[in-house]
Design a protein around this ligand. Structure first.
Ligand SMILES: *[C@@H]1O[C@H](CO)[C@@H](O)[C@H](O)[C@H]1NC(C)=O
Ligand SMILES: *[C@@H]1O[C@H](CO)[C@@H](O)[C@H](O)[C@H]1NC(C)=O
Ligand SMILES: CC(=O)N[C@H]1CO[C@H](CO)[C@@H](O)[C@@H]1O
Length: 311
């Protein structure tokens, strides 16, 4: 009895004093044990293009998604893309081209939804890739919104920028350290007052062209920045097929929902990925950016790119 309680006491003190020193090591990362040891840069994430621009109304031509952000995340989306504009209320919104055309609400509300997901899913690494066409200031406009949403503390801060292919942490390390959100901005992140967790996208990611209307998705490097060579970048395929609804002059290009089941199917995604592998230092794409991500079979394609059986 005595020795038993002594044992219990020592077990208790090991828990109380020892446990905080050893971090809980993640055993399942983004849904798969196999991904825990992979570098962040060696994983393929399915992304939702214009994630905020969701509508179930087929007449909403400016929509690029059918289901809302929490549903996208529950399906397995791990890259959320959004385009920020200042609304008429003076705060940052996610809007498609302009807030008059499609207003997806404030960035603050959006990030609140993201935080709810992160809290409920502690073993998930998530990437946020936002565009900043109006050049909103990172330290005075963007950072306070991330701070208020409680996401800044979860954001990964690299030891130095840019991060090359081999210098990203593993998913397991990101989850164990709690720094499991990676934030990229396409413009304005490398100005005079940078924010350590808001990373300049094109120094670390290159993209294929956008507004593609060719269903064979020929691969090329479109947007990229130095100083790292392209093979030290991660890369994103903009895998959404557009149609020109007014084929006069420059036309009017909108995303084509009727084609989404095919475009987001395994064959189309793998063909696009394979076409890019030679440009991507023989690596698979890191990010597959899709419209209407609830359609097709993108998550099976990602499993295949990871060499995993379908989950
Ligand atoms: C990526 O992960 C796979 C599977 O673990 C591994 O075989 C490959 O060597 C890794 N690639 C790099 C560049 O680390
Ligand atoms: C990648 O970055 C690390 C750390 O900055 C550096 O030690 C390494 O030499 C770099 N590798 C390449 C291939 O540039
Ligand atoms: C058509 C398409 O998906 N285009 C997008 C490609 O990705 C960039 C985001 O980084 C967007 O700006 C484009 O709209």
């Amino acid at each position: 009895m005595f020795s038993r309680s002594l044992w219990a006491l020592s077990a208790f003190s090991a828990l109380a004093f020892g446990a905080p020193l050893t971090r809980r090591q993640a055993t399942v990362c983004n849904g798969h044990a196999e991904l825990c040891d992979r570098l962040y840069s060696n994983v393929t994430y399915i992304g939702a293009h214009d994630s905020f621009a969701f509508s179930s109304d087929p007449l909403a031509l400016a929509r690029d998604q059918t289901v809302d952000v929490p549903t996208q995340l529950s399906l397995g989306v791990r890259l959320l893309q959004g385009q920020a504009h200042t609304g008429s209320d003076g705060v940052l919104h996610f809007c498609h081209t302009s807030c008059a055309l499609f207003d997806g609400g404030t960035v603050a509300d959006y990030l609140g939804n993201v935080k709810t997901f992160l809290d409920a899913n502690p073993n998930e690494v998530l990437t946020l890739l936002f565009t900043n066409p109006e050049g909103a200031d990172v330290s005075t406009v963007w950072k306070p919104i991330f701070d208020a949403a409680g996401i800044s503390d979860l954001a990964y801060v690299p030891p130095s920028i840019p991060v090359n292919q081999s210098s990203w942490p593993t998913l397991g390390d990101m989850i164990s350290s709690g720094k499991r959100v990676v934030v990229f901005l396409d413009a304005g992140a490398d100005g005079a007052n940078p924010v350590p967790f808001i990373l300049p996208e094109f120094q670390m990611i290159w993209e294929t062209p956008f507004s593609v209307t060719d269903a064979s998705f020929p691969c090329s490097i479109d947007r990229i920045n130095g100083p790292l060579p392209s093979e030290e970048h991660m890369y994103m395929i903009n895998h959404s097929l557009n149609i020109n609804i007014i084929p006069i002059g420059d036309g009017v290009i909108v995303s084509d929902p009727a084609d989404a089941p095919t475009t987001n199917g395994v064959d189309s995604i793998l063909a696009n990925a394979n076409g890019c592998v030679p440009l991507g230092a023989n690596r698979n794409p890191n990010f597959v950016l899709l419209d209407f991500v609830d359609q097709g079979d993108a998550f099976t394609a990602a499993d295949q790119l990871h060499g995993l059986a379908s989950s």
